[in-house]
Design a protein around this ligand. Structure first.
Ligand code: FAD
Length: 596
C-alpha cells in the first residue's frame, strides 16, 4: 500500500498564511467561519482519507468494477467507504445550504478534494462528478429540477454524471449525434450512445442523474445545435423517491490502464425521459459550468496523486539501503547508506516536493478567487475573479496533471525495480494519474484554450489579473535583503513569459498555426512562472516567520529550502521553453504528411 498522511501543516500554510483566511469572513455566507473550524474540518477529512479511503485504493485497482446483467458492482469496500463518506456529510461540504449543503468555501473544499484524490483517485470521481453536475443544475436548471434533484445529490443519496463523449467525437463535440425529441408534457425523449462515461452505472447510490448533451430535431449543425438534458436512471416519484426505471442502460464497461475502481461506462439511451437544462441549443455553454468545475478538480487529481507518490518515495528512500554516500559514510552500522543520501535521489524527491507544494499554493489562490466570484458583494472584485479563474482553469488542469504524472513517474523511479512491480502501489499511481492528462479536454486542448481564447479576451484583460499581481510583487520585493536573488529569478522568468506572450500575440494573429504550435510550451511556461510566484511569496513568509523566536522552525526552513530548489533547478526551464516557442511552427509543419 502507498504511504499517505494528509499534509495538514502545508494545507494550513496555504489557507491561512499564504492566502490569508481572515478575508474569507468578508464574503457572503462566510461571516462566522473561523480558522479553528476550518482546521478541524481538514483534520477530520485527513482521517477519512487515511483510514477509510486509502485502504480501498489497492483493492479497487486489483478487482476493478464488474458489469453483470446491466448492473455495475464497484470494488469490495467502495460501498462502505462511500456510505461513511456520505454519512460524514462530505458530499455536502461546498453546496448551498438551500439544498442541504454546508456552504463552506471552495478554499477549504479544494484541499479536502486533494486528500480524497491522494487516498483513492478512482473513488474521487463518484462524488467529484456529482458535485460538478450539482453546480450545473444549480446554475442553469429550472426551480422544479433544482428542488427535485439537488437535495438528494447534496446529501449523496443520488449521484451525477457528465455524458458528452460519443465513439466518433470527444474533443469535437459539434459532431455529436444523440437526439432529444420534445414531448407534449414538456419533457424530452433522449436516444443515442455515449462512451467513456465515468460513474455512468454503479452500486453506490440509489439513483444516478445523467447530464446529457444531445440535439433537438431542428437544431443547427455543429456546436450551436447542442442542448443539455437531465436524464435520471430512475424517474423520481411525486414524493421524491426513485420511481420507474428510465431508458438508459450500461452496455459495457471500458477496460483501461488505471483508475480501475472508477466505472467507465458505455451508456445507451433509448427513448429515455429527460428535461432540458438551460436554453435550447446553448447546451455546450451550459455544460461549461460543469466542465470548468471538473477541469479544476482534475487538476487537483494530479496534485493528489503527486503528494502520495512523494510521501511514499520519501518513506522508501529513508529505508532502502544501497551504496555509500559520496560525501562519506552516513550509516556506519549498516551494510550501506539509505538511498536518501544520494544527490540523484534527492533531485527526484525535491522536484516532486517543489512542484507539489507549488501546485497546492497556486490551487489555493484559484480556489480563493472562486469564493470571491461566488460570494463577494463588490462587482469589480467579482469581475476580476471571473477573469482570473477563467484564465487559470486550463493552466491548473494541464500543469497540475502534467506535473502530477511526472511526480508519480519520479516516485516509481525512486523505488527502482520495486516501483515497477506491483507490491508497493507505485505503478498504480502512474497508471491512475495518466488519465488526468487526457479527460476533461486533453492537455493539448487546454493549451489551445489558454492561447486561443483566454489570452486574446478583451485585449489581454484576463491576462492582467495574473500579470499585475506578479509585477507589483516584484516591484515591492526587488530589494529584499535576504531574497533579492530569488526575486530576480522570478523577474527573469516573468520577462520570458512576457516575451512569449508578445510573440504569440504577434505570430498567432498572422498565422493561427503559429499559436497552435506554441500552445503547449506556452502553458508550461506560464504555469512554471505562476508556481515561481507562489514560491517566492512563500519564501517571503518563511523568512518573516523564522525571524520570530516561537516559529515552527523546521517547517519554514524546509519551505525556504524547497523554494530555493524550485527557483534554481526548475524555474530556469522557462528559458528553453521560450526558445522553443520562438522557433515557431516550421520544424513541425514542414514535414510532408506521407513522411511520418
Ligand atoms: C477513463 C476515461 C473517463 C472518461 N470520463 C468521461 C466522462 O465522464 N464523460 C465524458 O463525456 N467523457 C469522458 N471521457 C472522455 C474524454 O473526455 C475524452 O477521451 C477526451 O476529451 C478526448 O477525446 P477523444 O478520446 O475522442 O480524443 P480525440 O478528440 O480524438 O483527440 C485525439 C488527439 O487529438 C488531439 N486533438 C483533437 N482535436 C484537436 C485540435 N482541434 N487541435 C489540436 N489537437 C487536437 C487531442 O488533444 C488528442 O491528443 C473519459 C475518457 C476516459 C478514457
Amino acid at each position: 500500500m502507498q504511504t499517505y498522511k494528509a499534509p495538514l501543516r502545508d494545507m494550513r500554510f496555504v489557507l491561512h498564511e499564504l492566502h490569508g483566511s481572515a478575508p474569507l469572513t468578508q464574503l457572503r455566507g462566510l461571516e462566522d467561519i473561523s480558522p479553528e473550524l476550518m482546521d478541524s474540518i481538514l483534520e477530520e477529512a485527513g482521517k477519512l482519507a487515511e483510514e477509510v479511503l486509502l485502504p480501498t485504493n489497492t483493492i479497487g485497482d486489483e478487482y476493478g468494477c464488474v458489469l453483470e446483467n446491466g448492473v455495475v458492482r464497484t470494488p469490495k469496500g467502495f460501498k462502505d467507504a462511500y456510505d461513511a463518506f456520505r454519512n460524514g456529510g462530505w458530499t455536502a461540504l461546498a453546496a448551498d445550504p438551500k439544498y442541504g449543503g454546508q456552504g463552506l468555501p471552495e478554499s477549504l473544499n479544494k484541499l479536502v478534494e486533494e486528500m480524497i484524490c491522494s487516498a483513492n483517485l478512482s473513488f474521487s470521481l463518484y462524488p467529484g462528478l456529482t458535485h460538478g453536475a450539482y453546480q450545473a443544475i444549480a446554475a442553469h436548471g429550472s426551480d422544479e429540477l433544482k428542488d427535485t434533484y439537488l437535495p438528494k445529490m447534496v446529501d449523496g443519496t443520488w449521484s451525477g454524471t457528465m455524458c458528452l463523449t460519443e465513439a466518433h467525437c470527444g474533443t469535437d463535440l459539434g459532431m455529436l449525434r444523440t437526439r432529444a425529441v420534445p414531448q407534449p408534457d414538456g419533457s424530452y425523449k433522449v436516444s443515442g450512445s455515449k462512451i467513456f462515461i465515468s460513474a455512468g452505472e454503479h452500486d453506490l447510490t440509489e439513483n444516478i442523474i445523467h447530464l446529457v448533451l444531445a440535439r433537438l430535431p431542428d437544431a443547427p449543425k455543429g456546436t450551436r445545435g447542442i442542448s443539455l438534458f437531465l436524464v435520471p436512471k430512475f424517474i423520481p416519484t411525486a414524493d421524491g423517491r426513485p420511481g420507474a426505471r428510465n431508458g438508459v442502460i450500461c452496455t459495457a464497461l471500458e477496460h483501461k490502464m488505471g483508475i480501475k475502481g472508477s466505472a467507465t461506462c458505455q451508456l445507451t439511451f433509448e427513448d429515455a425521459t429527460g428535461w432540458l437544462v438551460g436554453d435550447a441549443n446553448k447546451g455546450l455553454a451550459t455544460m461549461f459550468t460543469m466542465m470548468n468545475s471538473e477541469r479544476l478538480s482534475v487538476g487537483i487529481q494530479g496534485l493528489g496523486a503527486a503528494e502520495t507518490s512523494y510521501q511514499s518515495a520519501v518513506a522508501y528512500a529513508r529505508e532502502r539501503i544501497q551504496g555509500r554516500s559520496l560525501g562519506g559514510v552516513k550509516a556506519a552500522d549498516k551494510a550501506a547508506d539509505p538511498i536518501i543520501v544520494h544527490p540523484d535521489v534527492r533531485r527526484m524527491l525535491m522536484r516532486m516536493r517543489a512542484c507539489t507544494e507549488g501546485c497546492r499554493a497556486l490551487g489555493g489562490w484559484v480556489a480563493r478567487q472562486l469564493d470571491v466570484l461566488e460570494r463577494s458583494n463588490d462587482p469589480d472584485a467579482r469581475r476580476q475573479a471571473e477573469d482570473f479563474t477563467a484564465l487559470m482553469t486550463p493552466v491548473v488542469k494541464a500543469l497540475f496533471t502534467d506535473l502530477g504524472f511526472e511526480a508519480t513517474n519520479l516516485g516509481m523511479q525512486v523505488y527502482g525495480g520495486h516501483g515497477y512491480i506491483r507490491d508497493h502501489g507505485m505503478e498504480q499511481l502512474v497508471r491512475d494519474a495518466r488519465i488526468s492528462m487526457i479527460y476533461e479536454g486533453t492537455n493539448g486542448i487546454q493549451a489551445l484554450d489558454l492561447v486561443g481564447r483566454k489570452l486574446p479576451q478583451g485585449a489581454g484583460r484576463m491576462l492582467r489579473t495574473f500579470f499585475h499581481p506578479v509585477s507589483d510583487f516584484i516591484e515591492r520585493h526587488r530589494n529584499h535583503l535576504l531574497l533579492g536573488e530569488m526575486v530576480k529569478g522570478l523577474e527573469k522568468a516573468f520577462g520570458a513569459l512576457q516575451l512569449a506572450t508578445g510573440h504569440i500575440a504577434a505570430a498567432g494573429m498572422a498565422d493561427p498555426e503559429e499559436a497552435g504550435a506554441a500552445a503547449t510550451e506556452y502553458l508550461r511556461l506560464f504555469g512554471l512562472v505562476a508556481l515561481g510566484f507562489m514560491w517566492v511569496r512563500s519564501a517571503v513568509i518563511a523568512v518573516e516567520k523564522l525571524a520570530k523566536p516561537d516559529a515552527d522552525g523546521g517547517f519554514y526552513k524546509a519551505k525556504l529550502t524547497t523554494a530555493r530548489f524550485y527557483m534554481e533547478r526548475v524555474l530556469p526551464e522557462v528559458a528553453g521553453l521560450l526558445t522553443a516557442i520562438r522557433a515557431g511552427k516550421r520544424a513541425m509543419m514542414e514535414m510532408e504528411e506521407a513522411a511520418f
